[in-house]
Structures are given as structure tokens and as C-alpha cells.
Design a protein around this ligand. Structure first.
Ligand code: ADE
Length: 232
């Protein structure tokens, strides 16, 4: 089974419309929607915004479903040369707001993982690229901040060599890595993480979410087959 996580209901809507539902399971405030997407068994959950809510939902998702892969999906702010409506696959993930530099640690060094960058699934990445070879691959950073200033975006490029920023995927990746669960993030750029970001985000959310859904429908079977092959 593949777990698919979105921050916002709106981001998840095209997938919720496309899924062939089997059942819904409620755990506290979270609803886990089980079903098939392109014939692949999936469980879809909307986490809410930010690293804390994403991490909490990830822990429950892993505990309850033991997914073969978690896909963090949705929209993200574009950094550097990333353009609106470009699709990005995360080569790795980092938390730009995790900062223990005052006690001598490297910026972004994550507790328990003892690394700055969280690896994403090579199998999933290569499977997606085998179907859609032109997608951008690069570091996606997360933090509890909607980035809307050019100088802050520039710092994320300089410090992390990041191509996109969101508020969840590196928290999902952090928990997944600690629980030995494969993870990937697929993101459509909704804004330039600059002064126009809020307006652009609102304007791009529906189309970006539809693009993510189409991309999942196109690639899920190939991802699932590649995961099965890699475990043989
Ligand atoms: N998600 C979409 N756009 C974003 C931005 N500019 N900052 C953080 N998360 C985002």
C-alpha cells in the first residue's frame, strides 16, 4: 500500500475525486481514505498545515498501515530558477528552520537522524522519471513558515541548494526515515516564495493540485511495480 499525504483539503480534492473508495478510518481528527488509484492500493490523508501536524499524521499512518512508500504531495513555493506550474521530485529533504547552531551543530542537523538531508526513495524517483523524464529533481526544504520574501528564498538556495519549499514534506521524511519507511515528495510550484507568493498561491492551488493528481495517476502503477521488484 502507498500512503499519500496532503496538507490541505483543497490540494487533495482531485485525488479524492479520482480514488475508488473502499473505506474511511478515523483516528482522532484524521481521516484515512483507503482505496485504489490507477489500480494501486492507496491510503490518503489530509494532515493540516505545518511540520507538527504532518509529523503526527505520519506516525499514525506508519503505525496503522505500514505503507511501502509515503508520497508527500501538493504544491510548494519555487526557489531559484523554479517556475510556477513546474513539477518537482525531491532528491532529498531538509528542515530549514531547525537550528541548533548556538550549541555548535550544523544548521539543519536533525535529531536522532543525525543528518541534515533526508534521503528520498531512489526506486520511486527513478520510476517517476521513467514515465516523466523531464521533471525537475532537487532538494525540497520545509519549515513552519510560508516563505514570501525574496531574501528568505535566496537564503534557502544558498544554505540548502533547495529548489522548492513547503511546510510539511521534511517532517514527513524525518519520521519516515526514523521508522525505516520509504518516502518521496512530489510538488507542483504554486508561487515564487516572494512578495507575490500569497496571491500566486491562491491562484495556482486548484490547477497545481489537479496537476499533482494527473501525475500520480500516470505514475502510481509504475512506482508500485518498481517497489515490488525492489523487494524481491
Ligand atoms: N507552499 C506553497 N507555497 C509555499 C511557500 N511560499 N512557502 C511555504 N510553503 C509553501
Amino acid at each position: 500500500m502507498i500512503g499519500i499525504m496532503f496538507a490541505l483539503q483543497k490540494e487533495s480534492q482531485p485525488v479524492m475525486d479520482a480514488i475508488k473508495f473502499n473505506k474511511e478510518e478515523r483516528v482522532g481528527r484524521l481521516i484515512f481514505h483507503e482505496g485504489q488509484l490507477s489500480g494501486v492500493d492507496v491510503v490518503v490523508v489530509v494532515t493540516g498545515v505545518g511540520k507538527v501536524l504532518a509529523a503526527g499524521a505520519t506516525a499514525i499512518l506508519i503505525d496503522k498501515y505500514r505503507p511501502d512508500l509515503i508520497i508527500s504531495a501538493g504544491v510548494a513555493g519555487g526557489l531559484g530558477v523554479s517556475r510556477i506550474f513546474e513539477t518537482v521530485i525531491a532528491s532529498d529533504l531538509a528542515q530549514h528552520d531547525f537550528d541548533t547552531t548556538a550549541i555548535g551543530e550544523a544548521k539543519g542537523l536533525l535529531p536522532l537522524l543525525n543528518a541534515i538531508n533526508i534521503h528520498t526513495s531512489e526506486v520511486a524517483k527513478n520510476a517517476i522519471l521513467s514515465v516523466l523524464p523531464n521533471l525537475k529533481v532537487g532538494t525540497v526544504v520545509s519549515g513552519d513558515k510560508f516563505v514570501a520574501k525574496a531574501e528568505e528564498s535566496l537564503a534557502l538556495v544558498n544554505d540548502f541548494n533547495a529548489v522548492a519549499c513547503d511546510m510539511e514534506c521534511a517532517a514527513i521524511g524525518h519520521i519516515a526515515a526514523l521508522e525505516n519507511t520509504d518516502v518521496i515528495a512530489v510538488k507542483v510550484i504554486s508561487d515564487g516564495a516572494d512578495i507575490n507568493a500569497a496571491v500566486s498561491f491562491e491562484q495556482s492551488l486548484a490547477k497545481g493540485s489537479a496537476m499533482i493528481c494527473d501525475m500520480l495517476l500516470e505514475t502510481l502503477q509504475v512506482i508500485n511495480n518498481a517497489l515490488k521488484m525492489s523487494k524481491q
